[in-house]
Design a protein. Sequence first.
Length: 390
Amino acid sequence: MVWLIAKREFRTRTLSKANIISSSIMIVLIVAAAMILKPFLTGDDEPALVEVDTATAELIPYLESSAQAQDANYAFEETDVSPPAADGEMPDGVHALVAGEPISPELYLGGGDETLSRLVGGASQAVALDAEVSALGGDPAVVGESLAAAEPTVTMVGDTSEFDGGTFFAGLVVIVVLFVILIQSASVIMMGVVEEKSSRVVEILLATVRPATLLGGKVLGVGLYALVQAASMVVPLLFAAWYLDLLSTLEIEMGPLLVNFAVWFVLGFAVFTVFFGGLAALVSRQEDIGAVTTPMMLLMMVPLYLAIYLVPNNPDGMITQVLTYVPFFAPFLVPMRAAFGEITTAEVAISIVICVISIPVLTWIAGRVYAGAVLNTGGRMKLRDALRQG
């Protein structure tokens, strides 16, 4: 019977015209935004062409090695350079010209480029140094190796942790998508419960099924519907991240990210939405839903904000660790702490076990509330009275 009710809820919600239209619009908007942003986020990968005069070609090996070390995107080409006049223009496709003596080169630029200026200055100094070393009977290669090996030993003191934007983004995506889907699912369950009460359809349904069975079927059906909603958000988001090359840029590991989302989606859905369905039975009109849902919404927003602001600043603090084991906080804090790598496997396992143990307790409480209040068609019913009658 539970499965029959769940299939009915799933079919009704998923195949509704409003859901199909809204999901399609969401997918189109995400994909379109990715395509629009692509040209702005993808720079020109062609290296800037720098022509070096044949008489100055001795600088090219030094320029190329320095540019590679600094990850500067230049292409140096040996050619016969004709220096332009002060009021002239650079040749088409040429970023800069280098001419003159290797130890005192002349750099011609069409615009400011401090990086290239430093590269040319360093290369000319290196040529001068090699010439002096050779004149003294030394080996420039040996001197170069000695200079490269002359590096200080750096010891970091105090708090050396740095904010990792990619890590924060990975955790933020998980908890925000989770929050949005939980809010949508809870709203669907609550509106469905109140709608059945106000139309008295629930009285007909309860003639054949028990209240707990009816609530369980509704939650299961909406859970399957939420999975479809999650896919309609996650799949286009993954496409956008791949298309915009964010996965490699931010160095995000998709495997742990998706596992985190899947595990805490199931647990978070079970912790929150079952309770929402039971409390929705306390009212009989859509207008009264806000009085019941506002405290529950706050119960979801508090851990969300704590995950966003507390975890990045204090991922392994005492308060963070304690809240990790609280069922209503764990679905948001654990994925964010995991993204920062500041949670142990034992902590994750204990948090999951506590959530799993608390789900039957919350389901029993929600079932008592639902059974005691679902047939009440008057005004808003008190929670205490619903528990007593359930």
